[in-house]
Design a protein around this ligand. Sequence first.
Ligand SMILES: Cc1ncc(COP(=O)(O)O)c(C=O)c1O
Length: 404
Amino acid sequence: MRQPPPEAPSLVEKRDAENILDTYKRTSFHPRAGKGAKLVDADGKVYWDLLAGIAVNALGHRHPRLVKALREESNHLLHVSNLFYHPAQGLLAERLTHLSGMPRVFFCNSGTEAIEAAVKFTRLAAPGRSRMIALEGSFHGRTMGALALTGNEAYRKPFEPLVGETVFLPANDIVALERAVTPDTAGIFLEPILGEGGIVPLTPEYVKVARAAADRVGAALVFDEVQSGLGRTGFLFVFQDLGVQPDLVTLAKPLGGGLPLGAVLVGQRIAPLVKPGHHGTTFGGNPIACRLGLETLSEIVDGGLLETIRETGEWFGNKLRSAKKRSKGAIVDVRGRGLMWGVELDRDAVEVQKALLDKGFVVGTSRTRVLRLLPPYVVPRPALSGFVKALEEILRGAPKEKVP
Ligand SMILES: Cc1ncc(COP(=O)(O)O)c(C=O)c1O
């Protein structure tokens, strides 16, 4: 079939600016194709993708297994609703319950929706309580409930009053946590590695104290693994690495293999409390997204990717730490695990991000001075060493080089 001619990037930008509500500050970057960890823009320039659509494209672009499953499933049905049965949801749920040890799964479409569902389930488990604990710098989403838990004033302020009362605490401050959890606390919401908050891992001690504090008052411990879960740290679930069993775990991003899919894993205590009518969604658990999710999970777990992520992560962390030592203070800190890294700079991260894009590396930022790296799990080591080299050149103010 003849393809329509590609449109000029300037035309695309103009039409968006004239028609799309102004909620995004987009970068002038026009990816049009991809394969594995590479992206190709509208001019045919090739980039290493170290952001993976903000942690979504875990298997990289156009993974043959996903392309094949998408073709197969789309020959049958695109949507059935949750009024009827389709095997795809149950198969994915069965895999998730076996792998997580959590007995039930609720499917939705996004991370925010998973958080909304978790807030409702938390309330069911602690009737009459609406006080939540969350972390300063956390990000849980943009809807009213998820926003109420998001520790970023700039996002919250224009929309107050929000839902319930949230107490925001500094990450890893055990004393503050123990003091803040009281008998009127319904839930403690933690990102085990704060993503938007600058890639800040919580310590095992901190999450153990959170578990004990939740138990002390009968509150739910909720892990938001939307960004850090499903293999990104080298463990399928971060709670498994930290040695703590949460009551609820929210998932999304890579879950649908690139299609919108979110989930809440629901623990033993809360699962029996959720009854028909308590929650629901038209689109959640779409059969194609679930099938792609199943393929993604199988590839991660059975394809040995977790081990690769752990090994690559350790190697990359050492490379970043060596670069920090050489950087004469330009790299202030390096934090992360597996394939989730933050490089804190002594300057505005957006400018460095743009310079990296010029050199052929797609990266993200979080807070003002942190470069955020969330590459696909299939990223080859030369992409990561190339990134370190390019970053060091930029920080030293070296002239631009050719793209990979
Ligand atoms: C930890 C965390 N929770 C929730 C969300 C919201 O997810 P979504 O954008 O899919 O609604 C995000 C998105 O970045 C996230 O990183």
